[in-house]
Design a protein around this ligand. Sequence first.
Ligand SMILES: [Zn+2]
Length: 324
Amino acid sequence: MDKRVETLLSLEMPYRERMRLQRSVFRGGDGPRVAVVAGIHGDELEGLYLCHRLAAWLDALAERRPGALLGTIELYPALNPLGLDTLARTVPPYGVDLNRSFPGHARGVLPQRIAAATMTALAGCALVVDVHASNIYLREIPQVRINHVFAESLLPYARRMNLDVIWLHGAVTVLEATIAHSLNEAGVPALVVEMGVGMRLTPVYTEQLITGLLNVWQGLGVLAADLELAPVTHEPRLAHEDNVHYLNAATSGLFVPEVEHWKAVRAGGLLGHIVSPMEGRRLAEVRSPCDGVLFTLREYPLVYEGSLMARVVADAEPENGESA
Ligand SMILES: [Zn+2]
């Protein structure tokens, strides 16, 4: 197994230090190439830890079964290094969302150059997984998000990713300047994973995703078919625009949840309260609009009227039921 760190973009900074965009490459044989990209948003760290854990797993594999890596695995932990270094979600000093800058320009401004270099580096991959960690406000159960445009080709991968939800987005929510959309447009299959919460690590989610990734990579022929892996145990629920319910704050205050994340909820069941920091009374009750599972839960308690507090994916209608 050949292991190296490669630089895909190196730019002189104003004070003459260099910004380097780097990837760790683990090459076994001539089999397919796959990649994990992370750190597009500088306040999301779950994907960085995932890259560490995958690198550790690959190091151990090199000792245990050096011939079991048949292809190449590439890890891109930090696509927005300046944002990560300074705890900025966007790309400093531009304030530009890197995930709205794809496919980019090689002669453009910094975010566009990062995007262009990344697109070039990922060309030819059999599968790219772009890992996000929500934001600092909302905690997400591990989920794959797919644009319906590419659903047919991506759903088979998504189903084996060992995650809890596959969220299929409709045409109106397609964001064309994202890395995943640009890669899929260019013929490189790319999945978006959202899990955990900004500025924090959730190791149990990381291990869950690793199991899925390794099984999918084995299916692609990146890992030897006889390599024993932990089995996929999570069956994803399919979420889409008709069965995802958003709970927005009726008033400003402090949101105090009464339930755990990823819990079954009943229609009308109490999920939490909005309370006043000024006085002893509760300002609003937050109740579930349907039977389902809570897959998004607010982590940052201050809310304004209209702030998102939770999302519930409704239970499936009984089979053979009347469909509208
Ligand atoms: Zn993100």
